[in-house]
Design a protein around this ligand. Sequence first.
Ligand SMILES: *Cc1c(COP(=O)(O)O)cnc(C)c1O
Length: 372
Amino acid sequence: MSGQHTPIPMVDLKVQYRSLRAEIEEVIHNIVESGHFILGPNVEAFEKEIAAYHSVKYAVGLASGTDALHFSLRALGISKGDEVITTPFTFIATAEAVAYVGAAPVFVDIDRESLNIDVSHIEGKITSKTKAIIPVHIFGQPANMDEIMSLAKKHNLRVIEDCAQSFGASYKGKKTGSIGDTGCFSFYPSKNLGAYGDGGILTTNSEEIYNKIKLLRNHSTIAPYKHGSIGYNSRLDEIQAGILRIKLRHIDSYNQKRAEIAKIYTSILKDAVKCPLETADRTHVYHQYTIRSQKRAEIQSALKAENISSVVYYPIPLHLQPAFNYLGYKEGDLPETEKAAKEVLSLPVYPELEPKQAELIAETVIKVVSQR
Ligand SMILES: *Cc1c(COP(=O)(O)O)cnc(C)c1O
């Protein structure tokens, strides 16, 4: 049966484009005709729509999710000598942002069921230097925000939510990104809500943070050609905002389709491999559908033989990355994270994946695991 079906990628951005083509081409055309490319009406309207979607007061469009994390730390006054607690099982940007402001990331091991930061290990890592916690809603699964918020309150820490993978997910009825001091979103093309280039946004209920971020993104311009401090060039552009406004209208149905694919996978795979955790108090938006198995290598090669993509997110935890050698972590320090890094495998999941394709993928995995 090898080679009889078309290759299945991790994500297919072209199918979605074709379904939105007329609307997107019109928006791009209108923006180009208007000649207004930076900080115009689409960015402003999109910020309002994002704030409303999350039931927060403010949203600020930025050039990337990494900048949203970096600027959150800047706006909260975190700097050299400070410590920020986060998870080692994430994309490097989460901890790079901490390093950008001169602070030290402090990695806490993960919970093996959710792959999110293990809240029971946080308090033991809090010192007099700790200023903030950055939970990451990894793969689209919300972290344990109640416990994180109450620890933050007890120790007077700020909370920066990394929502790059969790657009649309909710925790006890609240959208991720509306619970901490700031929510940081990425519109990298393959994210659940993806632009046609780079982009990001920051959400907050604090007017003070909002004002600071608006200055930081635009060279701290306090009056025409007058600059209050050293800022950045980090603006979401009009064309991306126009495209994202169209996609925002579909995001809930896109996430729903991802959940349907996940349901197919789990129904077929649940006794053969470890499937993602589903809990009643939160919605998982399946940025990735990630299984765990000690037969990962065999599963991946069987998928490859069938022309099916799969990816290991993340093979090297952040505490073992060469970039963070200077922090002094070593193998064995964060055992659950290291174990997960050896077992995880993400399968294709995107709204346009056909249920039949999901079944084929799951059957391919099953065949390997049931072999003895
Ligand atoms: C994608 C991602 C980021 C970075 O977002 P960019 O827009 O690419 O800068 C940060 N954190 C996590 C968890 C991500 O997946």
